[in-house]
Ligand binder design. Structure first.
Ligand code: NAD
Ligand code: GLY
Length: 362
């Protein structure tokens, strides 16, 4: 088992990573008689809810669960309310622990429920997608969507434990695994050249879900994210670097409608656009851009714009990004592979050219 700590003083917490952790009683900091509410969805529950419930009961916990429907479109106040209703009907007090068992959607909704139920109860994250294991379960961002915007209602609320059982990835659809690899590659590109080189050697093992490679990789990504969060919990500075490719990628997601391209797929093409722009600004070499492209392609990820989207479609969406300040675009770009920075007020013509370079021509 590997362990990474998120160093936030009195809110410090461990991330445990290994295979089969879900069914090891000793991993749960729950005492006899303590109450637990597991939040999940039917897709994930069919594989893992019984195992988790049995393991917690062996520890003496009193376990209940609530399922919300599966999908981003249910990341809503209505789903949040389902959780509150289950908690209130069961007379749960502040001593209850909420466990999020699922991907980023479950983690974000259950996390916000934990942040707000009776002004805050203990939260344990058990992420079951690669994206949630390397990104969303770590760092305390929780939220639901509003019909006028994604992740618009939420809180920063850190869990007290993140438990990553890498065997859960065996039931995850391959397309979702690949989408998670986009975020993995992102970490190498923004902050860790050595890890980028490691990925070039081991990407096939990750695609094939080889356990040793997976565990090393997830721990490395969690360590990078933990370091960033410890420096900048509330995204006043460095945390923004985690958004490489996201401004372009969000434009794709919004334009196509959520769910047509997975988030990681949109981020993959978005990272290529950021790399093309970084090259135009004189930071990356053509060969750096090509290394990123090859790595993404080996993870079966798209590297060009969807064929139903024109280069001119991007900027209007991009100008609504949360990083836009005083009407000026702020983009995460690369100084080199392994070193990202935030560029302010980049010339829109250069942005458009970079998008054109990543657009299918035939
Ligand atoms: P997801 O939670 O929708 O999961 C993807 C699909 O896989 C779902 O159908 C889910 O039911 C299924 N699934 C999950 N685990 C499974 C397993 N082990 N076996 C079989 N099926 C499984 O998607 P995601 O990519 O994990 O998360 C996306 C969400 O994460 C978005 O809402 C995004 O906003 C959020 N997010 C949050 C942060 C953060 O810092 N809080 C960061 C990145 C993304
Ligand atoms: N996924 C970006 C962040 O946690 O800040």
């Amino acid at each position: 088992m590997l362990c990474v700590n998120v160093e936030l003083q009195e809110r410090r917490y461990p991330i445990l990573i290994g295979s089969g952790l879900l069914q090891e009683e000793k991993n749960y900091p729950i005492n006899k008689g303590e109450r637990v509410m597991i939040v999940s969805n039917p897709t994930i529950a069919q594989f893992y809810l019984d195992t988790l419930t049995t393991t917690l009961e062996k520890r003496g916990a009193v376990v209940e669960s609530v399922l919300i429907p599966d999908g981003e479109k249910y990341k809503t106040l209505e789903s949040l309310n389902l959780i509150f209703t289950a908690l209130l009907k069961g007379n749960h007090g502040r001593d209850t622990t909420i466990i999020a068992l699922g991907g980023g959607v479950i983690g974000d909704v259950a996390g916000f429920a934990a942040a707000s139920y009776q002004r805050g109860v203990r939260l344990i994250q058990i992420p079951t997608t690669l994206l949630s294991q390397v990104d969303s379960s770590v760092g305390g961002k929780t939220a639901v969507n509003h019909e006028l915007g994604k992740n618009m209602i939420g809180a920063f609320y850190q869990p007290s434990l993140v438990l990553i059982d890498t065997l859960t990835l065996n039931t995850l659809p391959k397309r979702e695994v690949n989408a998670g690899l986009a975020e993995v590659i992102k970490y190498g590109a923004i902050l860790d050249y050595e890890f980028f080189v490691w990925l070039e050697k081991h990407i096939d093992d990750l695609v094939a879900l080889k356990q040793d490679a997976l565990q090393y990789c997830i721990a490395r990504c969690c360590q990078i994210k933990a370091d960033v969060v410890a420096r900048d919990e509330r995204e006043k500075g460095d945390r923004a670097l985690l958004n490489l490719g996201h401004t372009f990628g969000h434009a794709i997601e919004t334009h196509l409608g959520y769910g047509n391209w997975l988030h990681g797929e949109a981020i993959s093409t978005g990272m290529m656009m950021a790399a093309a722009l970084s090259e135009a600004l004189g930071h990356l070499s053509i060969s750096d851009v090509s290394r990123l492209e090859k790595l993404l392609a080996r993870a079966n990820l798209p590297t060009v714009s969807p064929d139903t989207m024109q280069p001119e479609d991007y900027l209007p969406h991009m100008m609504r990004d949360k990083k836009v300040l005083a009407g000026k675009l702020r983009l995460v770009l690369l100084k080199s592979l392994g070193q990202a920075y935030v560029a302010t007020d980049t010339d829109h013509r250069l942005v458009l050219n970079a998008i054109r370079r990543c657009t299918q021509t035939d």
